[in-house]
Design a protein around this ligand. Structure first.
Ligand SMILES: [Fe+2]
Length: 262
């Protein structure tokens, strides 16, 4: 892969997203949010890739994966007015479909194209499929995009929650109600150091917990360092409601994170 390829992809990306401009402010806000998210995920993936000291070519491959990982979000939002895959389409599969349809990666070798598409396809799965060999290059790139993506979703969430009086973007809250308490299966998954499941979310508190539960699926030490440096987890944690389960959950997260540090 050449530097010119990456320049072409960046240019192509902006031309592609330009067709989704809308006078509707709600659509506009969410389209811009995903453009910004893509840029941040590109930055994150490079930070992680560099911390792993991978080759220049692999850094460019990583950036290409980041650039296209959410390519479908624009079409998805325009068409369904939601980012919720369960009420629209699986956005990872849809991104792969668009890349194939647009023939963006057509001059790549079969291996490189396969690596990019498969990493995108797996970026939002609950876990990386077992069929992907643990020490393979593909497995490495799957882990890279999953971490880079999570860092930025946590940034977005912490920014939303740190401005207390701001009305939350309902699309980011997945249109869930602002009711009291937590959903029990989510609390239980967290106390067992497991990622919570989207299907178990019943309200906005659960959205916060689900995002915090991603700490159990972090792949690289540099990801923890960045999260620590930026303080996203602390901001989300301090936005949790003052109810009895919260202190238990906060303690659990803190103990887990300090066990990672030591
Ligand atoms: Fe995504």
């Amino acid at each position: 892969m050449q530097k010119e390829d990456l320049d072409f992809f960046r240019k192509w990306f902006f031309e592609y997203v330009n067709q989704f401009s809308s006078p509707d402010l709600f659509i506009k806000e969410n389209i811009e949010l995903k453009i910004e998210h893509t840029g941040r995920v590109c930055e994150n993936i490079l930070l992680l890739a560099k911390s792993e000291k991978i080759s220049e070519n692999d850094c460019m491959l990583a950036e290409t994966i980041a650039l296209f990982h959410d390519l479908s979000r624009f079409e998805q939002f325009m068409k369904y007015k939601t980012f919720k895959d369960s009420e629209s389409e699986n956005h990872a599969f849809l991104s792969v479909k668009i890349l194939n349809k647009e023939k963006v990666l057509s001059h790549f070798s079969k291996e490189e194209k396969g690596l990019i598409l498969k990493s995108i396809e797996c970026h939002n799965m609950m876990e990386i499929p077992q069929s992907i060999e643990k020490h393979s290059k593909l497995y490495f790139f799957c882990r890279l995009i999953r971490d880079a993506d999570k860092i930025d979703i946590l940034r977005l969430a912490s920014e939303e929650y740190s401005e207390e009086n701001r009305s939350l973007n309902p699309a980011l809250e997945l249109y869930l109600p602002d009711t009291r308490g937590y959903s029990e299966p989510i609390v239980s998954e967290i106390l067992n150091n497991r990622m919570a499941k989207i299907a178990d979310m019943k309200n906005r508190n659960d959205v916060k917990l689900l995002r915090l539960s991603w700490v159990f699926d972090i792949n690289f030490p540099a990801t923890y360092s960045l999260l620590r440096e930026y303080g996203y987890l602390e901001t989300i944690m301090s936005s949790l409601p003052e109810i009895k389960e919260t202190s238990l959950l906060r303690r659990h997260f803190e103990n887990y994170l300090s066990s990672i540090n030591s």
